[in-house]
Ligand binder design. Structure first.
Ligand SMILES: Cc1cc2nc3c(=O)[nH]c(=O)nc-3n(C[C@H](O)[C@H](O)[C@H](O)COP(=O)(O)O)c2cc1C
Ligand code: SF4
Ligand code: SF4
Ligand code: SF4
Ligand code: FES
Length: 597
């Protein structure tokens, strides 16, 4: 990077690419060439900066000016005004919504202030397709140190002492898993990176692979050395094409540099990585199902024990870790266990990456120290609830998790606190809900997902979840009876206790946690035939208030099923038997004469 006077970092993450960031790069390049300064200013396409809500985003270095919502046409001004004349473009700076002041640097933006980036350290800083840029930020130094200065036991001790726990959902201590796999005697062992990431709304692992694939490759090689494996496999879903492309490029470059393959760094250690593609089934993220899928068998879980550490891929000892877990490893080796364990809480060390989504102002990818509160995440980093609505709940842990409410907002986030509060960390999906969300429908949404994704191998999950779903459907259709609420709870607990794998064991969690926290909403549906959030269509009734109706006929002309009658300049009327509750009349009426009851 040193030959260039300036760098323009352009986000090349999936979100910003969808808003044409590749074309912005092309426009910037032609402007630089037009002014003949392409040898002085370098454009770097990076991974996700995290602030996807404001994409496409650009950072100009060394002055660290951060531009948001950049358009194709802005390339000319960025080069002419900022790069050539040294005048940052005010109109592209992020504006603090509280006071409308323009903020120049990311360090002054609320979204970034409380974040600590370890797993995401290189995302948004380097070109993931250039190994030299990774090396320039201490890349492969940890592998070098491990191979040349440490025994496998010493390296494992560092990971154990750091307190790193698996980021794939279970939170199992990573160093301990490595030690168990190391202690199983076998000539052939495997390192597997779980990059399946099938939770709805989650994009943490994909973003790490898109923005910093070498950190995962380096960590897998370190793991291979520690457990005594020469083969690594990355299991990634085929619907992540950008992550796959960048991973492939990175693997080729690492081989070219002698960082993968035989006799790595002249130490006699051999390790290489192959990619395996998943077809996009949530259950294949479960480690035994993942292994069967890689073996060419049906992607169905099997009972544990034996755990993969003892008998995994092709019956050999296999260490399975999540992408984010691996991304932490090189930094821990470089900076030491003490440094890492100084971040976070007593039982949950380090940071966690979350995909913050839903009804929050700043949707994006965030990395926060364990122990931060939900309030800080949602209201400081996330900028609060959209459109001034009221916070209602936040779903953590995706379809396996539960919802947390106002009472949990000041609870420090860590593995154990989330479980105690009736949810779980999961892999890092965090979906914020507001007063307009119906909690019965939310529970139904997640259950429908797990029902679709159930592999069908065991009865409680295959049939039980179907029955659970049918009860929820009945309630949201307005046909629920009070006894259904008890039935839901009993059946949910049976499914939890008797399913074979984690999918079934956790699938009723959204139902149970909404029953615990929002019982009154269930009661309103079954006892009063009302959906308090006004979401369950079958329970809504559109009514024209005669005294407010001017007889303008707008609703009459727009109703798709002819359910509205009335003469011009006279009050209109809705035939409830014909109304399909589409809401068009309500949206069209300029006189607020149509109410929802
Ligand atoms: C239904 C189900 C889906 C899962 N999906 C993933 C996934 O997409 N990625 C992942 O890393 N772990 C997933 N897991 C957890 C894995 O089984 C396993 O615990 C994890 O990959 C271990 O890595 P870690 O110790 O680094 O977290 C899933 C578990 C279940 C039950
Ligand atoms: S719990 Fe569900 S996903 Fe897991 S094995 Fe049983 S049927 Fe398959
Ligand atoms: S649009 Fe409103 S004011 Fe006009 S006829 Fe319909 S209900 Fe009455
Ligand atoms: S809600 Fe839709 S179907 Fe019902 S009266 Fe209004 S426009 Fe017609
Ligand atoms: S994809 Fe560009 S900021 Fe996330």
């Amino acid at each position: 990077m040193s030959d260039y006077k300036m760098h323009i970092l352009v986000c090349g993450g999936t979100g910003c690419r969808a808003s044409q960031s590749e074309k912005i790069v092309a426009n910037l390049q032609s402007e630089l060439e037009f002014h003949k300064i392409e040898d002085e200013v370098k454009i770097v396409t990076t991974g996700c900066f995290g602030f996807c809500e404001k994409g496409p985003v650009i950072k100009v270095v060394p002055d660290n000016t951060f531009y948001t919502e950049v358009k194709l046409s802005d390339a000319k001004d960025i080069v002419n005004e900022h790069i050539i004349k040294g005048r940052p473009l005010k109109r592209l700076l992020y504006k603090n919504p509280k006071n409308d002041y323009a903020v120049t640097s990311t360090s002054n933006i609320e979204f970034y202030k409380k974040q600590v980036r370890i797993a995401l350290r290189n995302c948004g800083f380097i070109n993931p397709e250039n190994i030299d840029e990774y090396i320039a930020r201490d890349g492969y130094a940890a592998l070098g140190t491990t191979l040349t200065e440490m025994t496998p036991e010493e390296a494992i001790k560092i990971i154990k002492d750091s307190g790193l726990r698996g980021r794939g959902g279970g939170g199992f201590p990573t160093g301990l898993k490595w030690e168990i796999t190391r202690n199983v005697q076998n000539d052939v062992k495997y390192v597997v990176c779980n990059a399946d990431e099938g939770d709805p709304g989650a994009f943490m692992d994909r973003s790490i692979l898109e923005g910093d694939p070498h950190s995962v490759i380096e960590a897998m090689a370190i793991c291979g050395y520690c457990i005594g494996a020469s083969n690594g496999l990355v299991y990634i879903r085929a619907e992540y094409p950008l992550a796959i492309t960048r991973l492939k490029v990175a693997i080729d470059q690492a081989r070219e540099y002698g960082l993968l393959g035989d006799d790595i760094m002249g130490t006699g250690f051999n390790f290489d990585i192959t990619i395996r593609y998943g077809a996009g089934a949530f259950v294949c993220g479960e480690e035994t199902a993942l292994i069967h899928s890689m073996e060419g068998l049906r992607g169905e879980p099997t009972f544990k024990p034996p755990f993969p550490s003892v008998s995994g891929y092709l019956g050999k000892p296999t260490n399975v870790n999540n992408v984010e877990t691996f991304a932490n490893v090189p930094v821990i080796i470089n900076k030491g266990a003490e440094w890492f364990s100084s971040i976070g809480t007593e039982k949950s060390r380090g940071t966690k990456v979350f995909a913050l989504a839903g009804k929050v102002n700043n949707v994006g990818l965030i990395e926060v120290p364990m122990g931060i509160t939900l309030r800080e995440v949602i209201f400081d980093i996330g900028g609060g609830i959209r459109n001034g609505r009221k916070f209602k709940a936040v779903q953590t842990g995706g379809p396996s998790g539960g919802c947390l409410t106002e009472k949990d907002l000041d609870m420090p986030i860590d593995y154990d606190n989330l479980i105690a509060a009736g949810s779980m960390m999961g892999s890092g999906g965090m979906i914020v809900l507001d007063e307009d969300d119906c909690m019965v429908s939310i529970a139904k949404f997640y259950l429908e997902f797990t029902l679709d994704e159930s592999c069908g191998k065991c009865t409680p999950c295959r049939i039980g979840n179907k029955r659970l779903f049918e009860i929820l459907e009945k309630i949201t259709q307005g046909n629920g009876v009070p006894e259904d609420l008890n039935r839901l709870r009993i059946l949910a607990n049976v499914i939890k206790d008797t399913s074979l794998c984690g999918l079934g064991q956790t699938s009723p969690n959204p139902v149970l946690s909404t029953l615990d926290n929002f019982y009154h909403e269930y009661e309103a549906h079954v006892n009063d035939g009302k959906c308090p959030a006004g979401q369950c269509k079958a329970l809504l009734r559109y009514q024209i208030q005669a005294e407010m109706c001017t007889g303008c006929t707008l609703c009459f002309r727009n109703c798709p099923v002819g359910a509205i009658t009335g003469e011009r300049k006279a009050p209109h009327h809705i035939n409830q038997a014909l109304c399909i509750k589409c809401g068009i009349c309500h949206d069209k009426c300029k006189f607020k004469a149509i109410s929802i009851v």
